[in-house]
Design a protein around this ligand. Structure first.
Ligand code: SF4
Ligand code: SF4
Length: 165
């Protein structure tokens, strides 16, 4: 199953939420966005190296489904729903074989996702251990774990709301 399947699943997950759950999801995603902003601020010198030394090698020759997950798509679609048609058009070109990332603008870059609204792996992975950003990476990871827990316990919370309004 490729990322097109995850894209449909992400849309379904969001569409099933009621108003109260959407507000909660938005709060969770905004916290991830803040954590991503703090990470990229702290990682400024590292990211400069990515651009000058290898011009974003990590975005090339990849299988996008190995990097981007359904949770990343939920995150992106929650904060930037206007990107839905663009994502759909990119994913229509999804292939089984490794290639440059589908989400590079005009096939060359930069990444078409707005700053701080990027897939988790794209922002927390570096080609070597980077102790100066460990704390910020942890914060982004905790944000995505919270997002996953939000969906995992959704039915349970709905049940609780039914019995204890
Ligand atoms: S993480 Fe390393 S390999 Fe990837 S773009 Fe940055 S410097 Fe290049
Ligand atoms: S989603 Fe963006 S940052 Fe991530 S691999 Fe693709 S182009 Fe690079």
């Amino acid at each position: 199953m490729g990322l097109q399947h995850d894209f449909k699943e992400a849309r379904r997950k969001i569409a099933r939420l009621d108003g109260q759950e959407r507000d909660r999801l938005l709060t969770i995603c905004q916290a991830i966005q803040q954590a991503q902003a703090a990470l990229s601020h702290q990682a400024t010198p590292i990211l400069a190296r990515c651009m000058t030394r290898c011009q974003g090698l990590c975005c090339r020759n990849i299988r996008v489904a190995d990097i981007v997950t359904v949770w990343d798509l939920v995150y992106i679609l929650t904060l930037a729903p206007e990107l839905e048609p663009t994502l759909a058009a990119c994913l229509a070109r999804e292939d089984f074989f490794p290639a440059d990332c589908l989400f590079l603008q005009n096939g060359v870059g930069p990444c078409l996702f707005p700053e701080h609204i990027r897939p988790e792996r794209c922002v927390i992975s570096f080609c070597r251990v980077e102790p100066t950003v460990e704390k910020e990476i942890g914060q982004v990871m905790r944000g995505f774990s919270r997002l996953i827990r939000f969906f995992s316990f959704r039915s349970y919370r709905r049940l609780m709301r039914y019995f204890i309004p």
